[in-house]
Design a protein around this ligand. Structure first.
Ligand code: AHR
Length: 498
């Protein structure tokens, strides 16, 4: 989407439906669940004996909420945890599974009661595609290849016999496999040159893994992308995706700031750093285009979102943070950016689904809270597998202390005869007057939804009525090929036309 400035408070959007051709993969709306803090245990899985209502150990409230939100894909088991994980510890009778220490996340005991069968069973339950990340950092090529065989093969082999012995006759349909995670850091501190060779070695023996995703860069490490793309040129069939990790860090890694207690300056900084995702994707894509002009390799943003200081009094290794209206804006902006780059971005995974970083769901014992980020994913689900509509966006500036960002960020798509436009107004003080030039005269109805709140710090909390949620947003009928409406300050809005 092209962006330029216009008069204060005025936003003009022109949609080019006649140029709509790029599919927005539903996988762009993917999620990430790691063995970290209370994401898996307590968040997703409580065990059959729990008093919390559950189905085969999976929380019923969480399962229902994820289905309602239309979760399309779930990445597991990490993250940094993936490169310490031995998948064979997580299969077979639960009482016989060995325990391990979760060295990255709090040094807590991992009893392996949630393993491969549980993960794939949960994906079936919530109707999400599974994405499994194998261990490259501390695992072997044989372990990875046996895991893929155990899961996907219908042949007769020791691994498929083992699967059957563990109660699963038929293979699972798992398309997406990550070969390592952050191998430039927690996954082995490798150079890109070394990792590219290691990747080829693992990928060669990853038969059965249809869509293999190589570990990609951390934010501005453009050299990593260049080396990987260059070194994989002669082995194109071994790499279908290359990842990218970028977290919005408001201040810096040692002092990330509070998730809830922040002022307008921090709001501005957070949103400005979120918009940087657009430049990152453009620059990594340009490098990828050099080696892959036909965009055969997908850019997989498999970790993104806000990373704040943990909530006071909680385990620093558990990365538990609350989620405010600011998080809703961050989610809305990122998802609009991914939509607008759908020609290259084929999947993304917000970190992480439950109780960790920018979560869509928080739980405390038997209570569950749906966060503002949850409602953005629910609202934006209309874009899943829709066709991107290219657009021209002219918007005013939101200024703060001599710096500025575009006030409005947006994306548009079409599916089943309905045009959906999602818009974020970053300015917490002023509404924007939006004029939308419509593609066809025959459009006659418009409807909308909105996420906003009184204060930028508002969030949903346990035991209280919801403060931030999805509400109806009324828009007048389009007139003379134009739709005009006020986009309220600090809001995420969906407008649908047909
Ligand atoms: O999402 C938390 C951690 O962030 C992941 O384990 C790791 O991949 C990244 O550094």
């Amino acid at each position: 989407m092209l962006t330029s400035n216009v008069l204060f408070g005025q936003t003009k959007i022109t949609l080019y439906s006649d140029q709509a051709e790029t599919k927005i993969n539903k996988e762009i709306y993917g999620h990430f669940a790691e063995h970290l803090g209370r994401c898996i245990y307590g968040g997703i899985f409580v065990g059959e004996d729990s008093e919390i209502p559950n189905t085969r150990g999976f929380r019923d409230d969480v399962t229902g909420a994820l289905i309602d939100m239309k979760i399309p894909l779930l990445r597991w088991p990490g993250g940094c945890f993936a490169d310490t994980y031995n998948w064979k510890d997580g299969i077979g009778p639960r009482e016989e599974r060995p325990s391990m220490v979760n060295v990255h996340w709090g040094g807590v005991t991992e009893d392996n009661s949630f393993g491969t069968h549980e993960f794939l069973d949960f994906c079936d339950l919530i109707d999400a595609e599974p994405y499994i990340n194998v261990n490259v950092g501390s695992g072997t090529v044989r372990e990875a290849s046996e895991w893929i065989e155990y899961v996907t093969s219908s042949n007769i082999s020791p691994m498929t016999d083992l699967r059957k012995k563990n109660g699963r006759e038929e293979p699972w349909d798992v398309k997406y496999w990550g070969i390592g995670n952050e191998n430039w850091g927690c996954g082995g501190n490798m150079t890109p040159e070394y990792y590219a060779d290691v990747y080829k070695h693992f990928a060669t023996y990853s038969r059965g893994a249809e869509y293999k995703i190589a570990c990609g860069a951390s934010d501005i490490d453009y050299n990593w992308t260049d080396v990987l793309m260059k070194k994989m040129q002669d082995k194109r069939n071994l790499m279908q995706g290359l990842s990218l990790h970028y977290y919005t860090i408001t201040h810096n890694w040692s002092k990330k700031g509070s998730a809830t207690d922040f002022d307008e300056k921090e709001w501005f900084t957070t949103l400005s750093k979120t918009l940087f995702m657009d430049e990152l994707i453009q620059k990594h894509s340009t490098i990828m285009d050099k080696y892959d002009p036909n965009k055969r390799v997908g850019l997989i943003v498999d970790e993104w979102g806000n990373w704040f200081d943990v909530e006071p009094g909680t385990n620093p290794g558990f990365l538990y943070q609350q989620n405010t209206l600011r998080d809703a804006l961050v989610a809305g902006i990122n998802l609009n950016i991914f939509n607008n780059h759908a020609d290259r971005v084929k999947m993304s995974n917000i970190a992480q689904t439950i109780n960790v970083l920018q979560s869509v769901i928080l739980t405390k014992e038997d209570e569950m809270v749906l966060t503002p980020t949850y409602y953005v994913f629910k609202m934006y689900s209309v874009h899943q597998d829709a066709t991107l509509i290219p657009a021209n966006l002219k918007t005013s500036k939101y200024e703060m202390d001599g710096e500025s960002v575009p006030a409005v960020n947006a994306s548009a798509s079409t599916k089943d005869g309905v045009i959906s436009i999602t818009l974020c107004n970053l300015n917490p003080n002023e509404s924007e007057n939006v004029e939308l030039s419509l593609p066809a005269d025959e459009i006659s109805t418009a409807s909308g939804q909105i996420i906003t709140s009184q204060s930028i710090n508002d969030f949903n909390d346990f035991g209280k009525n919801e403060t931030v949620s999805l509400k109806e947003f009324s828009v007048a009928k389009p007139k003379d090929g134009k739709l005009t409406f006020e986009l309220p300050a600090k809001s995420v809005v969906l407008v649908q036309l047909k």
